[in-house]
Design a binder for this molecule. Structure first.
Ligand SMILES: Cc1ncc(COP(=O)(O)O)c(C=O)c1O
Length: 387
């Protein structure tokens, strides 16, 4: 007799992670791989951070749990970061440290929404938003954001069609497009949400990674939004699995109960190391010219067939390439390129079921040497196809 399996078993795969799994298997078997599939800096965190972690190993208390919302010392330091970067005073008690920002999304969804509620998300967009909502019984409401609309979802059309969602989740800089909302757009989104009673979740995990001026936090415009952030990207600490949230006051108690029950606390030792990350802005900022150089190399040297109608990529470290000249099946295309060239990339369907089959996402978070290698292999491969 078949035993019961939850509906969450229907959750779609996170294709970037699937490609990474296959690429790592090929690498373990001796393959020469170039990883452009995941958004993961190739540089380690600053030595100051690793030293702080090592120093904490000596203290018995570091090996225990922290309180559910995270070490007060770290939360206070994150609070100071909002003052230093954004000139925003912030009560550190509203800050929750999470195991990666990924768990922050789960806390956000479960604390602010019920099964059947609708959260609007821009597409193309980060796949785990959509997939996690499905697993939790929340309905994703897709808002197309296309080149023709300056990559911004049209919120007024939701009012016109009486289709206002319970929540809105946006990212800036965005994954996979690298689109950065200007301050006026961000302010308009915050005002729109407050006017229409929509709970905003703002994914700010690519803050610090912009090639123009630094972006503002949604906190500058509203105290009702849930702000999500992470040590993974700007701070180069993907494997440490640490993120944070800034919670509106009405959600903080629920978020704390959820954190206690879901994971007790984020890893204490990692939290102790992370405190030092906020002393390293200069070292971390020094990576940004490399990302920018990688992006410009891709623009200059990728085969023209990869640069059809690409998104702006003004922040984060992704190029969302329109490859409609080459394929309308991005999964098969990614697979073939991986097999033939060892270059791992993420199929666009991860981010968008409609236009994704003709798009690919290339991460340029790695070394410039790797980006050059990938460009060479892709050009050679296309030449070998008679293009
Ligand atoms: C837009 C966005 N949000 C959230 C995450 C989750 O990151 P983490 O759990 O490492 O903080 C990612 C990871 O790539 C992302 O691109």
């Amino acid at each position: 007799m078949a035993l019961k399996v939850s509906q969450a078993s229907e959750i779609p795969a996170f294709l970037a992670m699937q490609v990474m799994k296959r690429a790592k298997e090929m690498q373990a078997a001796g393959g020469d791989l170039v990883h452009l599939e995941v958004g993961q800096p190739s540089t380690p965190p600053p030595a100051t951070v690793s030293n702080a972690l090592q120093a904490s190993l000596k203290h018995v208390a570091s090996h225990g749990y922290s309180v559910g919302l995270g070490l007060p010392e770290l939360r206070q330091r994150i609070g100071q970061h909002y003052q230093d970067w954004y000139q925003l005073p912030l009560d550190w008690q509203r800050i929750a440290v999470t195991p990666g920002s990924s768990l922050g999304f789960a806390i956000a969804f479960l604390s602010a929404f019920d099964k059947g509620d609708r959260i609007a998300i821009a597409t193309p967009g980060y796949p785990a938003y959509f997939n996690l909502m499905l697993a939790l019984g929340i309905k994703p409401q897709l808002l197309p954001a296309r080149a023709a609309q300056n990559w911004m979802p049209d919120l007024e059309s939701l009012v016109a069609t009486d289709n206002i969602p319970d929540g809105l989740l946006l990212a800036s800089p965005a994954n996979p497009t690298g689109v950065v909302m200007c301050d006026d757009e961000l302010e308009a989104v915050c005002r729109w949400c407050d006017k229409h009673g929509v709970r905003l979740i703002m994914d700010e995990i690519y803050h610090g990674l912009t090639f123009g001026k630094r972006t503002k936090s949604a906190l500058a415009y509203t105290d009702n939004a849930i702000i999500i952030n992470s040590f993974s990207k700007y701070f180069c600490m993907t494997g440490w699995r640490l993120g944070w949230m800034v919670l509106p006051e009405d959600l903080a108690p629920t978020a704390e109960m959820l954190a206690q029950n879901m994971y007790i606390s984020a890893a204490t030792i990692n939290q102790l190391g992370a405190i030092a990350a906020f002393d390293c802005y200069d070292e971390l900022d020094a990576h940004i010219p490399r990302y920018e150089e990688n992006r410009d190399l891709l623009y200059r040297c990728l085969p023209a067939e990869f640069l059809g109608n690409h998104a702006p990529s003004d922040g984060a470290f992704y190029l969302y390439a329109d490859v409609s000249a080459l394929t309308n099946d991005s999964i098969a295309f990614a697979d073939r390129i991986l097999t033939d060239t060892g270059v791992a990339m993420t199929p666009g369907v991860d981010f968008d079921a409609v236009d994704g089959p003709s798009h690919m996402r290339l991460s340029y978070a790695g070394s410039t040497q790797d980006v050059k290698k990938a460009i060479q292999r892709l050009n050679d491969w296309l030449a070998g196809q008679g293009r």
